[in-house]
Design a protein around this ligand. Sequence first.
Ligand code: HEM
Ligand code: HEM
Ligand SMILES: [Fe+2]
Length: 453
Amino acid sequence: MKFQSQRIAYLFFATSLLLLPLQLVFGFIMGIAHMGWDGLHEWIPFNAARSTHLNLLVLWLLSGFMGAAYFIIPEEADRELWSPPLAIVQWASLVVVAVTALIGFQFGWWEGRKFLEIPRPLDYLVVANILLFLLNLVVTAWNAKRFTATGSVLLLGLTSAALLYLPGMITFENQVFDSYFRWWVVHLWVEGVWELIMGAMLAYLLIKLTGLDREVIEKWLYVIVGFTFLSGILGTGHHYYYIGTPGYWLWIGGIFGALEPLAFLGMALYALTMARRAGRDHPNRIALFWTVGCGVMSFVGAGFLGFAHTLPQVNLWTHGTIVTAMHGHMAFWGAYAMIVLGIITYTMPLMTGRKLYGGWVPELAFWTSNIGMIGMTGAFAVAGITQVYLERRMGMDFLQAQKAVQVHFGGVVLAASLLTFGIALFVWNFVQYGLPNVEAVGADEIGGAAETA
Ligand code: HEM
Ligand code: HEM
Ligand SMILES: [Fe+2]
């Protein structure tokens, strides 16, 4: 770690790793309810569990992105963060907004639009929070003598993500308009500007872990940014098929949605090629696992499984079924969860000065969580395809079809237990590292032996 202020990232990473296990708890509540045991319904109805599960996901990922930015931007700008106290205030206010929203959901204080459930008054606080965050980073970059492409793409992604939160705050009486603009947030986040954040984090990690020339890695980053915009913007059309919008969206969404996997394929090949060409063996091997794993799993979850239902002929049948949940899980995991867990794995030894990346704990965490997620995705797929067949093709009643797929949720819960075991090991490893310390500033990244976790 080069600068003292980079340690602020720790606060955000610790917050992420508190929220992630809580997200899993709500996942289990829903998984078990889907098995037919909805005993908690009176206290935690499905809608409350679902919105809590999704918002916890978005919150822990955002907190992870923020931590990553507080670590990466000072380094790319080659100077301390403009205002560390402001960053701490921003972190504290993020926690207050998050806790208020999550408690509110349990008491029915929500907006009822998937992913955008946070009630309007809290939305304004979210905006104020993000402005504080961006201000600190933009001033840091502005004051720099020289600023890198990686840093610029990261800032561009974060700023666009903030701007794209706004369309979700407009009020419409009409359901079609409401849905139309909800997708500007949801789709243009995960298949647009968040990809820039992910691409920049991938580039940063690859530069650090492979020792390859920054110029080579950053050149490919531009190519990926290009692909993302080319397909992702009009790809929004794959959500406009049957919601009351004009028919031309069938063509636009069909064609551009089908092109979207290219950006993810590019990202996978990029990570794999750079790792193979690595000029040195970085001792933090497991951080490279998460980095390359992110490229590969995001291609499978977002690119391949996204393609599986993006064509209008297919989406006609699969829309809003468990097939969507199958894709949603692996895509979010591969692209965004893995990159956040990757940056945490890479930065913890640098912030604490301890090298706990050797041994079986971090490695088993990586493999069990990934195999667990692959298993869950498979179980969701079987349940989803069965649901589509029974309910949409055969015309079976919705609830009857849900009963027929209960057994597959046994598979979801089993695989989710393996995922949870992996996450528990990851969190344990994080706790063992302890707090960041000032002695770690300026310490050599490569030298010294690894300790066993
Ligand atoms: C990392 C990137 C991605 C993530 C995190 C992601 C996640 C999700 C999530 C959570 C949903 C459900 C949204 C909702 O109903 O509110 C969804 C829907 C969808 N995604 Fe993705 N996705 C990604 C990339 C892709 C790509 C590249 C494609 C196309 C190739 C795609 C195709 C679709 C389609 C067609 C739907 C609509 C499903 C329906 O009609 O119910 N996704 N995605
Ligand atoms: C203990 C582990 C987990 C379990 C048991 C679980 C279970 C579930 C269930 C049952 C649903 C609701 C499906 C429905 O609407 O009927 C759901 C939704 C969702 N979960 Fe999880 N989940 C877990 C972990 C995760 C993780 C780690 C992620 C992301 C990395 C994630 C992302 C999502 C998303 C994006 C949705 C919404 C899907 C959609 O829009 O259809 N979950 N989860
Ligand atoms: Fe989309």
